[in-house]
Design a protein. Structure first.
Length: 365
């Protein structure tokens, strides 16, 4: 985990020219959206002079042009993950970014100043991307597709890397296999459908009525409106992999029952953080591990399948492939609305109250 020491501490050294390569970067602070305490959207503060940390040798300083809002951002703002993050407040939220390289650490070989990049931070990063300048490690970035605007690019990495983690790293899907995405209308669901289609798999998905046309357009063979149809009756056949973006007891039961023997069920709603928040890290994490192990053993014996909690992970190979697919028009996450970064509160409210159903992006002028 990247430890960003403090947003206030005057003792933090500013970004030193000696630690950087090939650039003149004079600022030691920038504007950022700061989370000083957990709460509603109103707790987010625009601060003009937030210190920019020194770059480690493999770090890249990115001038942000667009940063998208993920459910993790609104959940963290409300206190999800407080067992880890509370002692480290204030934080900067935000995982996704698209922008330009402003400076590189001493060992960075893949990027140079001025290059257009996009990428995503690990879920536990403390200094997020809601800022004029964000620090990411070089394996969390790749070249921005030329065919996409910064707004379009910023919507992709965190969701697509989550889907990549499940389908490519965990289930290791291959051509000809069948994939079921439960909840295919959101960003991760859409990314999963498109990654599976690009891998040569046949995809079935469930989603709300507004998403039906889009999931079919991006390549799903079967789209089931879960508000109007009985999913169990509508789903046809057995699957090699199920990605459950909803993670409710009912979707878990359905996902498990529609897997072939040897198939993989992956939910995005792993319980580690929730249990750690409820019981503290010392009790919550072992309890979560025990629950996961019990389910893995149970489903291996009862159904002959593999059960997983999927968490987003940085993956430079995956991100490069996500960049290539996006450039080729094979991976898109539609953006419903943009806000200036100074209106992060309004943007969080719109996302959280579902005033905007799809992806929301903050534009950084
Ligand atoms: N474990 C991880 O590392 C990880 C990583 C990323 C995301 N996640 C989690 O995965 C989930 C999906 O993330 P995302 O980025 O794809 O989110 P998203 O883009 O906001 O999409 C969520 C989708 O779920 C459906 N939905 C949302 N709220 C609903 C409600 N109250 N009732 C019924 N359906 C609802 C909607 O699809 P329809 O309109 O088609 O119904 C919506 O588009 C979130 O819970 C997020 O926290 C976990």
């Amino acid at each position: 985990m990247r430890v960003w020491r403090s947003l206030r501490g005057s003792s933090i050294p500013s970004l030193g020219a000696s630690k950087l390569r090939g650039i003149r970067f004079n600022s030691s602070s920038c504007r950022a959206i700061v989370l000083p305490r957990f709460g509603g959207p109103h707790v987010l503060e625009v601060r003009p002079n937030v210190q920019i940390p020194d770059l480690n040798p493999r770090d890249v300083l990115v001038r942000a042009r667009a940063v998208s809002i993920n459910p993790l951002d609104t959940r963290m703002r409300s206190g999800y993950g407080r067992s880890i993050f509370e002692p480290l407040l204030p934080l900067i939220l935000g995982r996704d970014i698209s922008g330009e390289v402003a400076a590189v650490g001493a060992s960075v070989g893949a990027f140079s100043v001025g290059q257009q990049v996009f990428g995503a931070l690990h879920p536990t990063a403390l200094r997020g991307t809601y800022a004029d300048y964000a620090v990411l490690s070089e394996d969390e970035l790749t070249q921005k597709p030329n065919s996409l605007t910064h707004v379009e690019a910023s919507a992709i990495p965190f969701a697509a890397l989550t889907a990549w983690r499940a389908l490519k790293s965990t289930a290791r899907i291959v051509e000809g296999q069948r994939v079921l995405v439960l909840g295919g209308g959101g960003a991760v669901g859409l990314a999963a459908i498109q990654l599976a289609v690009a891998a040569g798999c046949k995809v079935s998905t469930t989603c709300g009525p507004k998403s039906i046309n889009y999931v079919l357009e991006v390549g799903a063979e079967q789209a089931i409106d879960y508000t109007a149809e009985d999913i169990v009756l509508a789903i046809q056949g057995q699957f090699d992999a199920v990605l459950d973006t909803i993670g409710a007891p009912e979707t878990e039961r359905i996902g498990i029952n529609f897997l072939k023997r040897g198939g993989h069920y992956m939910t995005l709603q792993g319980e580690a953080a929730t249990l750690a928040d409820r019981y503290g890290l010392a009790v919550g994490i072992p309890a979560a591990t025990a629950i996961l192990l019990k389910k893995q053993i149970l489903y291996r014996y009862s159904h002959g399948i593999e059960y997983w909690w999927t968490y987003m992970r940085a993956d430079s190979e995956g991100l490069d492939e996500i960049g290539r697919l996006s450039e080729a028009g094979k991976l898109k996450i539609p953006v419903d609305k943009t806000f200036p970064i100074t209106q992060a509160r309004e943007a969080h409210e719109a996302k959280e109250k579902r005033l905007v159903p799809g992806k929301v992006v903050l534009e950084v002028d």
